[in-house]
Design a protein around this ligand. Structure first.
Ligand SMILES: Cc1cc2nc3c(=O)[nH]c(=O)nc-3n(C[C@H](O)[C@H](O)[C@H](O)COP(=O)(O)OP(=O)(O)OC[C@H]3O[C@@H](n4cnc5c(N)ncnc54)[C@H](O)[C@@H]3O)c2cc1C
Ligand SMILES: Cc1cc2nc3c(=O)[nH]c(=O)nc-3n(C[C@H](O)[C@H](O)[C@H](O)COP(=O)(O)O)c2cc1C
Length: 777
């Protein structure tokens, strides 16, 4: 085969040498526009695993690279006059020039033709090539020539960065944070040879502009950075090797991904590789890893499927299919890490203490969890656990999940909440044995707080005929029986979620009829009832149409909420939550998708919040002052034009000003058009953002299914409590089980159940030992 790589970066060179090794008869040329040693940038860093992959494919290159590597384990943070270091992270750094040099030499040794100082215009310049590798970097000319074919999706990110070097020695991956009068800057610093470290300085666009850096040339920018980080540099100088760039050397990161990676141009098959097809932000330093692994995968496909011209189409198809999955995973992690650095100045630097800031930074990609940190550096993690526990006046080392939490006069024994879950088991709004068993079992199961499902302040406020209510004395007595039981038999607290179904009322139970949120048919013997909402908009297009509330409706509903609140206090609840989420009545006022009112309760967010806040204030006044109140909101409608996470911060601020203690951060269910992005802990970023930006305690909820999730969320300060719903349906003793799973024994079991505790703990201990043993094999 005749193969041409356009671009002699890591991907083009590495593919060329591996392919030549696979089939020495192939005629392979790499065409590079720069001179052999003329390259932009300093060192690159990747993980130990990349080297393991390289060794499998070409021992010679791997050995050379390994010899040139600088290996280090530690991450060090310099923040607010504190230096914090943790170990076990395992990085390798190498000069970009050195890496290219090794790859170039190996290419020559194997017989690859290297052509330098040739600026290629197009993939069509090589009509006799069977295969053209477009390894021409982030601004790929080949990709740009055929946007309709490759369908690139390119996002330019808001932060500015400059890639500098320094001769000052660093022995850890070092992060420096400095505050200026206009905002925060950070530097990512790592050593890549015995004399030099990469020193990337980054800040938000507005901070960069405020300092006039858009007008600064490279020398002025270096001067600025040297002064900013003078304390750390200790007289060390910063250097640039991007003098060929005209004007400002401050760049914006561009995230590139492409729908199609290859194409036949009439003469040759063309395939994109490395930065030309995907980029990963330097916050997790893996662009070079991706480039090298692309090269490996393409060669692997040729090796498996045959390295002849006729096999090229199949090979390219499989190459994309296999690589795409890994690339997406890495890009997602890189995206989270990148976003963390983009928002840290506004969200974390001023809010978090250095210890917690370090934890938040280490877990920024959400790929590294609490237990993962324990494996990396047990001593550091335990020190942090002790620090966290000390903040709750708990001595010793314990996972954050098992530290107490106090709001007003109520102290929860731990940070787990059984999230409210509708049971549809009430009759005439009355809860009976079903609820006693359901709530009682979960109160025995170890959670600090058990929330009762959404309970209606009036009969027509229920979601279904099977939903509970609190509008009469009998219902109050039924609930009192349950709270008394919980208080007498367990040390859990029990809370009530009060909510009005609004446009989603008069629905079928989920197991009746056609599924969730379906309106009760007009001829149903159980009957249905008229609905109200902020505006006359049905939740489902074929569903019952609510009427828009008038002021008399508002007064009546508010009075119902107040009366129910008084009953909730009489019934002995410890905690009250006002349901302002999921498209129910109060939520229907907040979202612009469901509130089209033209009066003082519609329009801007502050007007849309007016009625929900009015209800909240009336309820808060009726609820005993020593007891806490939370508000559940949908922090994201997941629909264009709906509530966004930024709006949710404003919503939280408004409720905070009205006296809310906590925001329970759910999302969605406001519009049937929603397109949520599900995943592990997928709503936690909303709890995090609200906690930091609105300065109010939060409850995270949604796909939190392991103690490790809970600990990671709490330890990073992303929320104060974690609500867990569906896992509690499978296992009422979820908290007790998770404690045993992570080997935490200092937790009380119900007296009658204690003989189950050592057995469960021993079982999990065996499992952990087996896992450790199999990792060592
Ligand atoms: C600030 C910063 C820090 C980074 N840090 C890291 C890190 O720590 N770890 C990491 O793994 N990655 C890092 N990267 C990313 C890394 O540099 C790239 O992901 C990696 O180099 C991609 O390799 P590539 O071969 O695809 O492209 P490139 O390395 O960009 O190579 C493309 C080559 O093609 C040549 N070329 C382009 N157009 C033409 C043309 N028309 N004709 C001829 N030649 C052409 C270019 O001159 C270049 O040599 C960082 C990037 C930046 C910006
Ligand atoms: C069966 C069921 C009923 C629910 N009922 C309510 C409810 O009454 N009030 C509420 O705010 N959320 C309700 N939810 C949502 C949960 O409280 C929780 O926010 C959601 O299930 C995400 O958490 P998870 O991933 O841990 O299940 C319900 C969820 C389920 C599965």
């Amino acid at each position: 085969m005749k193969i041409v790589s356009i671009g002699g970066g890591p991907s083009g060179l590495y593919f060329a040498l591996l392919m030549k090794k696979l089939g020495p008869h192939h005629d392979i040329t790499v065409v590079e526009r720069n001179k052999p040693y003329d390259t932009f940038g300093w060192g690159v860093v990747f993980s130990d695993q990349t080297l393991v992959n390289m060794r499998e494919w070409d021992v010679e290159t791997a050995n050379e690279v390994q010899q040139a590597f600088n290996h280090w384990d530690d991450i060090e943070l310099h923040f607010k006059d504190k230096v914090i270091r943790s170990g076990g992270h395992g990085f390798v750094g190498i000069g970009r020039k050195k890496l290219l040099n090794i790859l170039q030499a190996r290419c020559e040794q194997l017989g690859v033709n290297l052509l330098f100082e040739q600026d290629v215009q197009s993939d069509l310049d090589f009509p006799d090539a069977d295969l053209v590798i477009a390894s021409d970097g982030i601004n790929s000319r080949v990709r740009s020539r055929l946007p309709a074919v490759f369908q690139p999706d390119i996002v330019t990110r808001p932060n500015r960065f400059i890639w500098l070097g320094t001769n000052r020695q660093y022995d850890a991956f070092t992060f420096l944070f400095e505050k200026t009068e206009h905002g925060w800057f950070q530097a990512h610093v790592y050593k890549f040879d015995n004399q030099t470290s990469t020193f990337i300085v980054e800040c938000p666009e507005h901070v960069w502009l405020a300092h006039g850096l858009d007008k600064a040339d490279q020398d002025a920018s270096i001067d600025f950075c040297e002064k900013l980080f003078a304390k750390n540099l200790q007289g060390g100088k910063l250097m640039t090797n991007a003098r060929h760039l005209r004007g400002s050397a401050w760049l914006n990161f561009q995230r590139v991904k492409c729908a199609n990676w290859s194409h036949f141009n009439g003469n040759s098959h063309v395939v994109l590789m490395g930065d030309a097809v995907h980029t990963a932000h330097f916050a997790i330093g893996s662009g070079t890893k991706l480039a090298l692994e692309d090269a490996i995968e393409l060669v692997r496909q040729f090796k498996t499927m045959g390295d002849t011209v006729d096999r090229i189409p199949e090979v390219l198809k499989h190459y994309q299919a296999v690589r795409e999955i890994d690339v997406i995973r890495l890009q997602n992690a890189a995206w989270n890490a990148m976003e963390w650095f983009e928002v840290c100045g506004e969200r974390y630097c001023d809010q978090l203490e250095p210890e917690q800031f370090m934890y938040s930074m280490l877990t920024r990609s959400q790929r590294i969890s609490h237990e993962n940190l324990r494996l990396r550096d047990k001593a550091w993690l335990e020190g942090y656990e002790a620090w966290f526990a000390a903040r709750t006046e708990t001595p010793g080392v314990r996972p954050p999940m098992f530290t107490p939490y106090t709001q007003r006069s109520v102290t929860l024994k731990n940070r787990v909440v059984v999230s409210p879950m509708a049971q549809y088991m009430a009759h005439d709004g009355r809860v009976g044995d079903d609820h006693l068993v359901h709530l009682g079992a979960r109160a025995m199961g170890g959670a600090g707080l058990v929330m009762v499902e959404m309970t209606a302040p009036s009969a027509d406020a229920r979601i279904t005929n099977g939903c509970p209510g609190l509008w009469n004395a009998a219902q109050t007595a039924d609930f009192k029986r349950i709270t008394d039981w919980v208080h007498e038999k367990t040390d859990a607290k029990i809370g009530l979620q009060l909510g009005h179904a609004g446009p989603k009322g008069s629905s079928c139970r989920p197991w009746q009829g056609a599924g969730m949120d379906q309106s009760v048919p007009a001829d149903d013997p159980e009957g249905n009832w008229p609905l109200m909402a902020a505006s006359a908009i049905a939740y489902l297009h074929h569903g019952a149409l609510p009427r828009a509330m008038d002021r008399a409706d508002m007064d009546r509903v508010k009075a119902d909420f107040v009366a129910s609140t008084q009953r909730a206090a009489q019934a002995g609840f410890d905690w009250l939550e006002l349901h302002c989420a999921h498209g129910y009545l109060l939520s229907s006022f907040i979202s612009p998708l469901t509130n089209h009112r033209a009066d003082e309760y519609g329009g801007s967010l502050d007007k849309r919040l007016r009625y929900p806040l009015e209800v909240f204030e009336a309820v808060r006044a009726a609820w005993p002052a020593h007891l806490p109140m939370s508000v559940r909101i949908s922090a994201h409608d997941w629909v264009e034009g709906g509530i966004t996470p930024a709006d949710a911060v404003e919503v939280a601020r408004a409720f905070k000003a009205a006296g809310t203690d906590m925001i329970d951060c759910s999302s969605g269910q406001v519009s049937a058009q929603q397109k949520p992005t599900y995943g592990r802990m997928y709503q936690t970023p909303f709890a995090d953002r609200i906690r930091q930006e609105a300065g109010i305690a939060t409850i995270a909820v949604g796909a939190i299914s392991e103690a490790d999730h809970v600990n990671s969320i709490l330890a990073a300060g992303r929320a104060d409590l974690c609500a867990v719903a569906r896992p509690h349906l499978a296992n009422p003793a979820w908290t007790l089980t998770e404690a045993a799973r992570i080997g935490f024994k200092d937790i009380a079991w119900p007296r009658a159940y204690v003989s189950g505790k050592p057995q469960l703990e021993a079982g999990f201990a065996r499992e952990r030992a087996q896992q450790t043993a199999s990792k060592g094999d």
